[in-house]
Design a protein around this ligand. Structure first.
Ligand code: BGC
Length: 761
């Protein structure tokens, strides 16, 4: 291009672009002015520069995948030449400013870099891991925690999080079950949207918000045998109804980006799937943001056996609609020659670049590429006291009371003596969970600390670790070593239990037992923990078991040994305080399981929204059950106790049939029949009895949370509309089919009342 022309063009087009006020609308609402400016920029770009926008490099801070081989000098040159559009893992206001400067001061077109990072459950202030937080069923609280995470992330110069993960996951063996909202498509949808709204706020251009990313598109949570990255085989009905529902909701909510997934579905790796990315996402759903690959997933088309080399991998991925190559080093090598050899059309690149620039415009980066990188703000915002207050509140809301025999909980604050036992009891690190972003190591409040702060001086605390769980170096990429043999601390633990009125045992998983690549074949307490529980329970059976874990565990044996169980997941920075709040009754537990807890690993994948099969359960042999055990889990989806009790009145349906766009109302009176105030989550499930595609025996379609004083009642109303009934039908569309339905309401997926109605033409 003639340089004189370039200068004029930049003056005419790029200058106004840089001065424009960023848009406040969702990514799917196209603004003609922005689109025009994007056109003008694309017109100026060489093929190399276009490819550059589609390339994402790792910074040097936090490698979450296979380390890249490119040296920093080459990386720097590429940044200077405008051959990189985005970076991940470049953190702090200072580092992001410096990297941005390299691009803004050297590259020809000065298109700002986009910085991305995995902010999964907080940046510095840690909130509960997503599965745990989902147990709160509190959408407002989850939106708040995402907005605080966004505020901290943005203050550290980062524009974009690779969250929320909205992979429906039904398999406790899969380590990444911890990163999502569990087994239910509807719950994943509404929680996903709450998190997207929290991250993105009403205005992406606001310096307190960041772009979100709906991942992993699609099917990643359905990996065979719960083995990470493994093959997925589902048909269209299951794909749409069980897997894609949350992604559709995310697209409609205007999530700025999507990330594709490592797995193949039905023989086609998701990264190269035109069906998923072009036909469904960008076609049917008319989505306007961009698709980033997962780490190296374009290059992985080769080991998948789908592409013979990088050239073919690049071609397949770009044709299929993968817009940005995260650390795959494929697009930078393949796309330019593919265009020059006319193997792909340059308009494919234009379309991808358009989507990427759109997100940069929405973030206001053309207006001021440095606006997020403010060291002063960074200092003020990270770990702000109000963030910790919010973290404690959402943490206690996420705790699920699974068992409370003889009302052993809440403990009295003047209890004479408490034994606090277990490898996780004074662990200040595991509560931070995996995918902990920039959390300071060992910075969580431990359970022991929380208890000490909650009790008065009259209570003696007898602490004994009992045994180690995770040993040696514990980090994102290192395999975790578990203590399988050392029981030398047992005697001290038994003595502590013997001398105490009540025993609080803190067992479960090390933080690095769940997360990426952390699949397991077993889900019992690992290491010597069960032996420790056996030893302690022989001496004192008044045990409150506090569980820390990122996946459903097999609790069959512990459940028989202890009086009470609190499922506390990995609760983040304020874990110990939140747990003490619940232990001593300052907060009445209100969490409900977002995932079924099995009786043993052989039941996995276990989920409540199963199909009936042609042979529903009976005691006969030739039915769909097991001969050596129950087919029901130990604790069902939606389950969770309270320190009070709730009684449900009779379900009232406003009519027994409706049609077209009409609606009917269902109401139920709920009464707090116990002695303390409490929060209840009232769940509504639907069963479409006969349909063009078989439907689950029950499917969550709505829920409400209410708080009731003792003795108080409230009538809860649900509206049932065609939307409540819709699914992806044989007509290949989301619609309600006419017919007979059951609607069930109750306090978990098992304890339900049922009424029926007809939906007619
Ligand atoms: C994970 C993604 C993550 C990416 C970047 C990948 O290994 O699958 O979820 O966002 O790394 O860290």
């Amino acid at each position: 291009m003639n340089i004189q022309y370039l200068k004029i063009a930049l003056c005419l087009v790029v200058t106004p672009v840089f001065q424009m006020t960023a848009q406040t609308k969702g990514i799917n609402d196209l603004d003609p002015v922005v689109e025009h400016k994007i056109d003008s920029i694309i017109e100026l770009m060489t093929v190399k520069e276009k490819v550059g926008q589609m390339v994402q490099y790792n910074g040097s801070f936090d490698v979450t995948g296979i380390p890249s081989d490119i040296d920093s000098k080459t990386k720097l040159e590429k940044l200077k030449n405008g051959e990189v559009g985005s970076m991940l893992n470049v953190l702090t206001a200072k580092a992001t400013r410096e990297a941005q400067q390299v691009v803004m001061e050297n590259s020809r077109l000065k298109i700002p870099l986009l910085f991305g990072y995995d902010v999964i459950h907080g940046y510095k202030t840690m909130f509960p891991v997503p599965l745990g937080e989902s147990a709160s069923w509190d959408l407002e609280a989850m939106q708040l925690s995402a907005s605080i995470a966004a505020k901290e992330t943005a203050a550290a110069g980062v524009h974009w999080t690779f969250a929320p993960m909205i992979d429906v996951s039904r398999d406790a063996r899969w380590g990444r079950i911890m990163e999502g909202a569990g087994e239910d498509p509807y719950l994943n949808s509404v929680i996903g949207v709450a998190r997207i709204n929290g991250f993105q706020g009403g205005n992406l251009d606001d310096i307190a918000t960041i772009a979100a990313c709906a991942k992993h598109f699609a099917g990643y949570g359905f990996a065979e045998a719960g083995r990470d990255y493994n093959t997925v085989n589902v048909g269209e009905s299951e794909l749409q109804n069980a897997i894609l529902m949350p992604f559709k909701a995310a697209s409609e909510a205007g999530v700025a980006t999507f990330m594709n997934s490592f797995n193949e579905i039905d023989g086609v790796p998701a990264t190269a799937s035109s069906h998923l990315q072009r036909d469904i996402l960008k076609g049917e759903w008319d989505y306007k943001g961009f698709m980033v690959s997962d780490w190296g997933s374009i290059a992985e088309l080769i080991p998948h056996g789908f592409a013979k080399d990088k050239m073919q991998a690049g071609e397949l991925a770009v044709v299929a609609g993968s817009d940005m190559d995260m650390e795959g080093r494929v697009y930078e090598e393949a796309l330019e020659p593919l265009v020059s050899q006319s193997k792909i059309d340059e308009t494919l690149l234009d379309a991808a670049v358009r989507r990427i620039l759109r997100v940069k415009f929405h973030l206001g980066l053309f207006e001021d590429p440095y606006k997020y990188s403010d060291a002063k703000r960074e200092k003020e915002v990270l770990l702000a006291p109000e963030h910790l207050v919010a973290a404690r509140d959402i943490a206690r809301k996420s705790i699920v009371l699974l068992k409370n025999e003889n009302e052993v909980l809440p403990l009295k604050k003047d209890v004479k003596s408490i034994a606090v036992i277990g490898p996780l009891a004074d662990d200040k690190d595991s509560p931070l969970g995996n995918w902990r972003a920039q959390a300071n190591k060992n910075s969580a409040v431990s359970v022991l600390e929380g208890i000490k702060m909650a009790v008065g001086s009259a209570t003696t605390i007898n602490y004994a670790k009992g045994a180690d769980l995770g040993m040696g170096e514990r980090s994102f990429l290192m395999p975790l070593k578990i203590n399988e043999t050392d029981k030398s601390g047992f005697a001290e633990a038994v003595e502590a239990a013997e001398n105490s009125e009540v025993v609080v045992m803190v067992l479960g998983e090390d933080a690095f037992q769940t997360g990426e690549g952390r699949s397991q074949t077993g889900i019992k307490l690992r290491g010597v923990q069960q032996d420790l529980l056996d030893a302690v329970s022989e001496i004192n059976s008044n045990i409150v078991l506090i569980l820390m874990n990122g996946r459903p565990l097999d609790l069959s044996k512990p459940n028989e040994q202890v009086s009470a169980i609190l499922e506390t997941w990995f609760l983040g920075s304020e874990a110990g305080n939140a747990i003490a709040d619940v232990l001593f009754g300052a907060y009445n537990p209100s969490g409900k399981l977002p995932v079924s807890f099995p009786r043993n690993v052989g039941q996995e994948p276990l989920y409540y929204n199963q199909k009936n099969t042609g042979r529903p359960f009976s005691d006969m042999v030739t039915y769909s059950g097991y001969q050596d055990g129950s087919r029901e889990g130990l604790f069902p989806f939606g389950y969770g106790l309270s320190y009070t009790t709730f009684e449900y009145g009779k379900l009232q349906l406003s009519a027994e049939e409706f049609s077209g766009d009409a609606t009917i109302e269902l109401s139920v009176e709920v009464t707090n029949t116990g002695k303390v105030a409490g929060k209840e989550t009232i769940q509504l499930y639907i069963h479409d009895l006969f349909a063009s595609r078989t439907r689950p025996v029950k499917e969550l379609r709505d829920f409400r949370q209410i708080t009731l004083e003792p003795g108080a009642s409230k009538t809860v109303n649900f509206t049932i509309s065609p939307k409540t009934l819709e699914f992806y039908t044989a007509n290949k569309m989301w619609e309600a089919e006419v017919g007979e339905f059951e609607v069930m309401v109750g306090s978990n997926s098992v304890d339900l009342q049922k009424v029926t109605f007809q939906y007619k033409n």
